[in-house]
Design a protein around this ligand. Sequence first.
Ligand code: TMP
Length: 210
Amino acid sequence: MFITFEGTEGCGKSTLIQNLAQDLRESGKHVVVTREPGGITVAENIRNIILHQSMEPLTELFLYEAARAEHYKKVIEPALRDKKWVLCDRFTDSTLAYQGAARGLDTKMIIKLNEFATEGREPDITIVLDLPVEVGLARAKDPNKFEAEGIAFQNKVRKAYLALAKKNPKRFEVIPVEDVDPEGVCALAIHAIVEKAQALKAQAAKGKKK
Ligand code: TMP
């Protein structure tokens, strides 16, 4: 299973991923927890550049995709080949939401670059944690470059995630998290993952019969 986690700033992705990884490991699964941009030295170095220096939107896009190419080939693809569960904090949908919807870069170009960087591998399941952006931003103690872009920018990102989820309900699950504690969010995520995993299994079995 390849599961990605998306959302605007301060939505609680990291806590959810930690809790989920613990639950999955306790049930005997081999789990790899990773993140984008990052997850491996070259990509973590690129992360440092992106988050701490100002640059052209196109430069930023190429850096995200460069980090992704390295991360996918060296971390995600081998883990999936070994039948591990990969929990990835942000992935290709972040680029569509941030560089596409919020920065205004061409979506078709981003889709192509995402495909190149990931050899066309999409996540099996994508969990979007949805939160009013004001609430998330208020949680940021030391705002990064994107948090500092402010409410209008974050609202574009949020809207983009909801639109992506609406377009692809099979892969996406949106979990509203404003009034839910971390344990509750984890329970909702597990429920969604079990349902979606069963649907994927049924679909694969159907494919085999044909
Ligand atoms: P994080 O704070 O969730 O670790 O993510 C780092 C920042 O990078 C976050 O503000 C969102 C941004 N980002 C993009 O703009 N495009 C991308 O493709 C990815 C993966 C992250």
